[in-house]
Write a protein that binds this ligand. Sequence first.
Ligand SMILES: Nc1nc2c(ncn2[C@@H]2O[C@H](COP(=O)(O)OP(=O)(O)OP(=O)(O)O)[C@@H](O)[C@H]2O)c(=O)[nH]1
Ligand SMILES: [Mg+2]
Length: 334
Amino acid sequence: MPTNVPPQYRDAEQRFRDAVTIQSKIAALQEMLQIMPKHKGTDHLKAQLRSRLSKLMTELDTSSGSGKGSKTEPFSLPKEGAGRCTLIGPTNVGKSLLLSSSTGAKSKVGSYALSTQEPIPGMFPFEDIYIQMVDTPPITNRSTQSRLYGLLRTTDIFIFVADLTNQAVENTNESFSELKEWGFKLIEKNTDLEDRDFFTMKPTIIACNKADIPGALDNYEMMENKFGENFPLVLTSAEEEVGIEELGIEIFNSLKIIRVYTKSPREKLDNFEKKNPIVLPIGSTVEEAALQVHKDLSKSLKYAVLWGSSGKFSGQRVGRTHELSDGDIIEIHI
Ligand SMILES: Nc1nc2c(ncn2[C@@H]2O[C@H](COP(=O)(O)OP(=O)(O)OP(=O)(O)O)[C@@H](O)[C@H]2O)c(=O)[nH]1
Ligand SMILES: [Mg+2]
């Protein structure tokens, strides 16, 4: 243990020792990591704390589904739809209003700080699918941080919300550092997601909000210069419902999913209406699509007839290992 740590570190360490719940242990560890001075002498201790943190997070993940621990984990929400994206940011940036304008879900909007105290889910309609969107308490709120952490681990996509009228670049940098301290890796544009650790590596979109307020556009330019190369940026006004569609496109692209439509041999292609697609990860095969329809169907599957961009021609017969594309229509034959 290095002797040159500040007194606040000792306090946090004491809180860690006294902590009874996993969440308060996590919160104390997070604080210790944040307070610790950054120099070579603390590297080893930092690594130890991180490893403890990750063990506790695994415990939290496994205990939250067991029933008996449910009271300590009020931030666990059932996943719904084609994926989960979570709105993250400091207080008052417009996360709750963005949830309402994107999904219609009601989350308390307030001009005062810390108006949101717990996560609120909504469903974001994107073309013919729904994506779960979750509003959260501000990342800076210590009393909800450890539970927020658990929620973020189960999130597919981070949507960081920046207020263009309030030190957007500084606040984004600060929150990104915080998320990194928590052990998250913000995945940058065009990164290969294969073999990623789902719980810690997160594709991140930045919503630059309050675009309707005079002066916001100049700050958007600063955000673009600073972050535009590495992250998808969307200019939004939650107030005037601007940029919501663009946000949907970025979320869909970041989820790396495809939509596949199943047609029965009795249906005519001319009358076929593309709706209720099966949603699969990019790279999925005919067999995986059949498996989603029904377990038995994938076993008895002989071939599929395919219309769409993954085929060489319309109505092509393909086997179970054929890789599908977004928008494909398949007819499964057994
Ligand atoms: N002009 C304008 N005002 C906005 C916009 N988005 C949010 N606001 C206002 O900003 C204030 C904060 O909005 P909230 O949605 O409550 O912010 P929040 O990020 O959820 O805040 P916390 O829950 O405290 O973290 C409210 O007064 C909103 O009406 C926007 O795009 N334009
Ligand atoms: Mg809020």
